[in-house]
Design a protein. Structure first.
Length: 189
């Protein structure tokens, strides 16, 4: 079942499994949608599913590069210094956004495979971090990333349900081929 994170052996394998599973859950929220539907904003939030995919890809790339550069700052802009630019042009397609997202997730997985989990990742300057905070261990950053992706995936679930009523269980089953796209989804109640 897609909701269950695969078991792993050792800290690095478990972190990687949880990261990949959470990103996969976010990706599943767009399963079966059109290019037009991913740009809808059916809730009070300014986020669309397209902008959430962009944001999560940027978060993966920024934090991953920060972990890779630890104990130095990455040569590019630091992680989450301004919350990221997650705007998406309405002409951007689901295929293009998923390719960008998948590349960021794959890059992060490669970084985790080689990361020094004890290295201190310097804290970027941002109004939501305490001024006296100088850094976290890489493992803390990666666990924080798991939590952030899970939070945004819940947000994506609400947006998706507002678009067509499909929830995470159904989307996982359809994406995994357990229920055909043209088949009615069984009711649990």
């Amino acid at each position: 079942m897609s909701f269950l994170t695969p078991n792993g052996t050792g800290e690095r394998e478990v972190i990687t499994a949880f990261l990949r599973q959470q990103f996969a859950q976010a990706r599943t929220t767009v399963y079966g949608l059109s290019d037009e539907q991913i740009h809808l904003t059916p809730t009070a939030s300014a986020f669309s599913l397209a902008s959430l995919l962009r944001h999560l890809g940027q978060v993966a790339r920024d934090w991953g590069r920060s972990v890779a550069a630890a104990p130095e700052f990455p040569s590019e802009a630091g992680a989450e210094t301004d919350g990221g630019d997650y705007t998406v042009d309405p002409s951007e397609t689901l295929t293009d956004l998923l390719a960008e997202f998948d590349a960021a997730v794959d890059e992060l997985a490669g970084i985790v495979a080689a990361a020094d989990l004890d290295a201190i990742v310097p804290t970027p300057k941002a109004p939501w971090y305490p001024e006296d905070l100088t850094g976290w261990q890489s493992r803390w950053v990666l666990h924080h990333l798991i939590a952030e992706v899970a939070r945004h995936t819940g947000h994506a679930d609400i947006i998706r349900e507002s678009i067509d009523g499909k929830g995470a269980y159904e989307l996982n089953d359809r994406a995994d081929g357990l229920v055909a796209d043209d088949e009615d989804y069984p009711s649990w109640g």
